[in-house]
Design a protein around this ligand. Structure first.
Ligand code: BEZ
Length: 395
């Protein structure tokens, strides 16, 4: 390009042209110390909308507590509503990774959407921190050096509840869930623990996500007269299920157990129908640690809302990013070092400190909780330091 023509270009274009000329594109800018670009790919509409908002809030709270900077660099946010729609996942992931050239994607909530996002992140070697979706494959056969999770694998909370019910001597359980990876893999984890200790899952029932026409299924469960029912539902669907279960008169007839998503972030809407329900999860109300109390106070003050497990997972996703960016002093082009630092981090989470497994999934305690008023009160530890087996991961 002629010198005079270059002078006529706007300064921003000059910077971009210079970056391309040295062959670096986004990474040259990354190393030079502009803002770190964080892309949220989360559901902001539909049955999981509240979950997406809580994750974003939690993430931003941690960044705010660090003075708005990680690794010495300010943060710029980009957002895509993934609508919990797996069919749109590749296109939505590309919006953040290709169009916006983000340094890290924080996403997502729905296991089916997660499969598409993991694929695009791996193809582009973009750092991905999963702040909820439990799809086992992400820290199993599809694991990757750049793929991390701040939440759980679907197997984990199900396994914890299977262990609890077997210990209680229950024998005959029916399962009910949405028919997609989160529900199916929760049931698989439940079954693995429950049946290895002498229990039997006598029937596995399901309905398509995000369908909430539970009535016929509830009637069928009642007719089977099991010792108990284990379910996976979350978000808006969980509210409806718990209310329908109570309205059918089964609340005091057939014991209902679940992974904690059934009652997390939902108690205000579920009201009396949820009282006394027992669930297993990696977070609970009333943990009582100084770390948790500080977090809860700050969250409530900032957002005028009580935090839930999703807020904690968002907060910890930011802590994981902070561990990585701190190690490379904000230079996001030093990818191998960035990933190593996240992998080795000990995260001081409100849930209790955790480290990551070889496949990059939290190794963490699973609490037994019981609904009391507006709280999922901790009643004990169901399984301590539970690690997902990471089957099929080669790292
Ligand atoms: C999932 O799809 O992985 C999921 C969604 C909501 C809560 C828990 C898991």
């Amino acid at each position: 390009m002629h010198r005079n023509a270059l002078r006529r270009l706007a300064p921003a274009c000059l910077a971009a042209a210079a970056a391309l000329a040295i062959g670096g594109g986004a990474s040259a800018q990354t190393a030079a110390g502009g803002k770190i670009k964080v892309g949220f790919m989360l559901p902001y509409t539909g049955t999981y909308a509240a979950l997406g908002n809580a994750i974003e809030n939690g993430f931003k709270l941690y960044v705010q507590e660090q003075g708005g900077k990680l690794g010495g660099r300010e943060i710029e946010y980009f957002k895509v509503d993934d609508e919990s729609d797996p069919a749109k996942a590749p296109e939505n992931a590309a919006k953040l990774i290709k169009r916006d050239q983000v340094d890290v994607v924080v996403g997502t909530v729905h296991s089916g959407v997660q499969m598409g996002l993991v694929k695009v992140a791996k193809e582009n070697n973009t750092l991905l921190i999963i702040p909820n979706a439990g799809v086992d494959e992400a820290t199993g056969p599809l694991c990757g050096a750049n793929i991390f999770r701040s939440s759980f694998s679907n197997w984990q909370p199900g396994y914890a509840m299977g262990h609890v019910l077997a210990e209680r001597g229950l024998k005959k359980v029916v399962t009910l869930t949405w028919k997609y990876a989160a529900g199916e893999q929760s049931v698989k984890g439940f079954k693995e623990a429950f049946e290895s200790k002498g229990g039997k899952v006598v029937k596995e029932m399901s309905l398509p996500f995000p369908n909430v026409e539970f009535q016929a299924l509830i009637t069928e469960v009642a007719a089977l007269k099991p010792d108990a029912v284990f379910v996976f539902f979350a978000g808006g669907g969980a509210v409806k299920f718990v209310k329908d279960w109570a309205a059918a008169g089964l609340k005091d007839k057939i014991p209902l157990y679940a992974s904690g998503f059934l009652t997390d972030g939902t108690l205000e809407a579920q009201g009396a129908a949820a009282q006394g329900l027992e669930t297993t999860l990696h977070y609970a109300d009333g943990l009582g640690s100084a770390r948790d109390k500080t977090f809860r106070l700050a969250y409530a003050k900032t957002f005028k809302l009580q935090p839930d497990v999703y807020a904690v997972q968002g907060y910890d996703a930011a802590q994981m990013l902070s561990a990585g960016t701190g190690a490379v002093k904000g230079d996001m082009s030093r990818k191998a070092e960035l990933y190593k630092a996240i992998e080795a981090a000990r995260i001081d989470s409100p849930r209790g400190a955790f480290t990551l497994s070889k496949a990059h999934n939290p190794v963490q305690d699973f609490y037994l909780r019981k609904v009391d008023g507006r709280e999922n009160k901790v009643s004990g530890v169901a399984v301590k330091s539970l690690a997902d087996p990471g089957r099929g991961c080669r790292l």
